[in-house]
Design a protein around this ligand. Structure first.
Ligand code: PLP
Length: 434
């Protein structure tokens, strides 16, 4: 009755929650085994219901960039809660958060706050369609933009677990305006714009994709994408729900702006880090585009809990910490050390492995070279990844439970945590060879 083991809780959960989880990848279906039920977390660690400690490289899939239970964030949340959980009326804190986001992302003039990345991406395409009076949109295979119908096509990680390119329950008519192209394929981009450019509302892209492990858009691809959008009057929408405030303070767009002179997207979608672990997301762009939204313009969008006072306090406190001088340099350095250590530990065991990272986001592949697109990611030896995943889990390291997910390091991960992780990796790689 009061079984607190992971297996006991999983069995109980499955009676009242479909699959025992409230988001599919948590169920460990890709890697097999019993999901860990988390009792608490602090800093870089999670503890499951059996009291087992894990070094956490998921960080709630990105938001926990400061680690768990950061004192400044907890205090901000506590104070905000005392003042009221929700008002359904405007607050000064919403302005502060919007000002902070706009200040950190060049080219962004206005944002609207919502409660999830799904909601933000869905609203962004409605706005792009409303603002351009066009219907079609392009997305890329392996990029995930939340589970709104029009975007739930060949969408990477969660769906990949189940081998369906697209969810059931999405009628073909609903996705008839969604064009799916291979990632990093300039020729496919040229061809699609030649055919549909006049009718394209927007192109939505994960600039550094984190839902097919970790794959960067190449500079030639991104350059051409920007040129084509501008030439055809389609809006370039960066989905930075994962990469925003994670790969760099200015998001992946600041990374590409360094590589491509004058580069900026037309609209951006944020989530994860800007909520610091609470439900909060945003979409934004120029004032001209954003003024098409109700109450100013004809594109309707709303939310009872949008700009929630506790979530905005959590997000603001998180942004305050990550804007401290040197924050991203230190985070990036630790993340690079982890990836370099994994690669050399694999080499010691004569296992082909490559990896990449930007800021506090990373990926590694059982490949000789970094994959450039989803089909190549999917050629990874799944059995090998799953053995490695369980080897690490058994040794107290919690990696994402699927090979098509990125990983995340937080500011709370110490050099010693990285060392412990690499020792676990050496043993796990050795076990793979045995
Ligand atoms: C997580 C994610 C989303 C969806 O955000 P939710 O808050 O889970 O709805 C959208 N786009 C990207 C790139 C994501 O990583």
């Amino acid at each position: 009755m009061n079984d607190k083991t992971n297996a006991g809780l999983f069995e109980r959960a499955q009676r009242v929650i479909p699959g025992g989880v409230n988001s599919p990848v948590r169920a460990f279906r890709a890697v097999g085994g019993t999901p860990r039920f988390i009792a608490r977390a602090k800093g870089a660690y999670l503890w499951d219901s059996e009291g087992q400690r894990y070094i956490d490289y998921i960080g709630s899939w990105g938001p926990m960039i400061l680690g768990h239970g950061h004192p400044g964030v907890l205090e901000a949340v506590r104070q905000a809660a005392e003042d009221g959980l929700s008002f359904g009326a405007p607050t000064e804190r919403e302005i502060e958060l919007a000002e902070a986001i706009v200040a950190l992302v060049p080219g962004l003039e206005q944002v609207r706050l919502v409660s999830s990345g799904t909601e933000a991406a869905m609203s962004a395409i409605r706005l792009a369609r409303g603002a351009t009076s066009r219907s079609r949109l392009i997305k890329f295979e392996g990029c995930y933009h939340g589970h709104a119908d029009a975007l739930l096509v060949k969408a990477g990680s969660g769906l990949a677990t189940f081998g369906n390119p697209t969810s059931a329950g999405v009628p073909p008519e609903v996705v008839q305006h969604t064009i799916v192209l291979p990632y990093n394929d300039v020729a496919a981009l040229d061809a699609a714009f030649a055919e549909h450019g006049h009718d394209l509302a927007c192109v939505m892209v994960e600039p550094i994709a984190g839902n097919m492990n970790f794959v960067r858009a190449s500079v030639p691809f991104m350059t051409r994408l920007r040129e084509l959008c501008t030439a055809h009057g389609a809006l370039l929408v960066f989905d930075e729900v994962m990469s925003g405030f994670r790969v760099a303070l200015g998001g992946a767009q600041s990374v590409y702006a360094r590589l491509i002179p004058g580069f900026a997207p037309d609209m951006s979608v944020f989530g994860k880090v800007i909520g610091g672990g609470m439900p909060l997301a945003a979409f934004g762009g120029s004032s001209a585009v954003m003024s098409q939204l109700a109450p100013l313009g004809p594109v309707y969008q709303a939310g009872t809990l949008s700009g929630n006072p506790v979530a905005t306090a959590c997000g603001l406190a998180t942004l305050r910490e990550i804007t401290r001088p040197g924050f991203f340099e230190a985070l990036a350095q630790r993340t690079r050390a982890l990836v370099a250590g994994l690669v050399s530990a694999a080499r010691e065991a004569d296992i082909a492995l490559c990896g990449d990272s930007e800021g506090g986001m990373f990926g590694f592949f059982f490949h000789d070279e970094l994959p450039q697109n989803y089909p190549t990611v999917m050629t990874t030896d799944k059995e090998r990844f799953n053995h490695f995943f369980h080897g690490m889990l058994d040794r107290g390291v919690y990696l994402a439970p699927a090979l098509y997910e990125a990983g995340f390091v937080s500011a709370a991960h110490s050099a010693q945590d990285i060392d412990l992780t690499l020792e676990a990796a050496r043993q796990s790689f050795k076990a793979l060879r045995a």
